[in-house]
Ligand binder design. Structure first.
Ligand code: SF4
Length: 317
């Protein structure tokens, strides 16, 4: 079985070739309620391990077939940082990848392990999940293996973000009735204040989950996004099935909304009715709204605050 999949086109990360570091089946230190894989008790070590040589052989063959890719994504049927030869694998990939970026999609659970954190520093891009910031909600949503502690994870994310020189993304996945409260968002806000990152993607369930839980509608995600600190680079990950209820926005409403939270064209299509979209276009034509690109995503914001927004991103570059 090949350990490589794709290429797949990701709006957030570009054209990606994926490496599955647990191709024999699910091996994860979480058992998230929303997982698209089958439910399975969380474990702390991989039992079925693919040799580095086999992965590299598959990758070289795939790169010959698909030379025009943007990113090699380390992922797994489970948690990729549980792969015991991750450091060796990343160094081997670096020796053959040329200009292609490397990315890992991690649930953050192993980041407090200093060796793993040092390994992730070698990647061009890192995406870390943080679904909750309070112990109770964290245990309910992510159902971690024994000994995994959310306060340690938060400290490790903050520490990693200060040392890392690549592009760091945080992802929060909202589950109805669990982490979608103002209390949990306040706790996430506090946790994220000391995290330097490119973007914080907030999303919800978009594939059949392992357990009977449900996601939020776009408007609910948008309402939650308003409770995050305006300096945080929040990006709502639009889901095609999410029901949008377009509303009427005056010119002032549009400028105020964008001042509080820059929006993407997907957000605008979901939130604004047809008249409001025309007003938005007029403001854009008049130069009162401008656009900035952050790691493949275009955000719109008032021209006047284009210099002062996103201080956390500005610090990083
Ligand atoms: S961390 Fe990922 S693979 Fe592991 S249980 Fe959660 S969603 Fe599934």
């Amino acid at each position: 079985m090949s350990t490589i999949f794709g290429p797949v086109h990701s709006r957030r990360f570009g054209v990606s070739l994926g490496i599955d570091l647990s191709s024999s089946g699910k091996q994860c230190n979480f058992d998230c309620l929303y997982c698209e894989l089958s439910p399975m008790q969380a474990i702390t070590h991989q039992k079925s391990i693919t040799p580095v040589g086999e992965i590299l052989k598959d990758l070289k063959e795939s790169l010959l077939k698909h030379p025009s890719i943007d990113v090699i994504t380390l992922t797994a049927n489970g948690e990729p940082t549980m792969y015991p030869f991750l450091d060796e694998l990343i160094e081997s990939i670096d020796s053959i990848k040329g200009d292609i970026q490397t990315l890992i999609l991690s649930n953050s659970a192993s980041l407090s392990d200093e060796k793993i954190a040092a390994t992730l520093l070698k990647l061009d891009q890192v995406k870390l999940s943080l679904d909750a910031a309070t112990p109770d909600i964290f245990r309910k949503i992510d159902r971690p293996a024994d000994g995994i502690n959310i306060n340690e994870i938060i400290g490790a994310i903050q520490h990693f973000s200060q040392a890392y020189t690549g592009k760091l993304f945080i992802e929060i996945l909202f589950v109805r009735g669990l982490n979608d409260t103002l209390e949990e968002v306040a706790a996430l806000n506090r946790a994220l204040q000391n995290v330097r990152c490119e973007r914080i993607d907030i999303g919800t369930i978009d594939r059949p989950p392992a357990y009977p839980v449900s996601g939020l509608e776009f408007n609910e995600l948008y309402a939650l996004s308003q409770h995050f600190d305006p300096t945080l680079p929040i990006h709502i990950v639009s889901r095609t099935h999410a029901t949008a209820t377009p509303s009427s926005f005056s010119k002032d409403d549009i400028l105020t909304t964008l001042d509080k939270r820059p929006l993407t064209s997907d957000d605008i299509n979901a939130l604004f009715d047809e008249t409001s979209k025309k007003e938005f276009q007029n403001l854009l034509n008049e130069g009162k709204i401008t656009q900035v690109e952050r790691s493949n995503i275009v955000f719109y914001l008032p021209f006047e605050n284009s210099e002062r927004k996103r201080p956390k991103i500005a610090q990083k570059s």
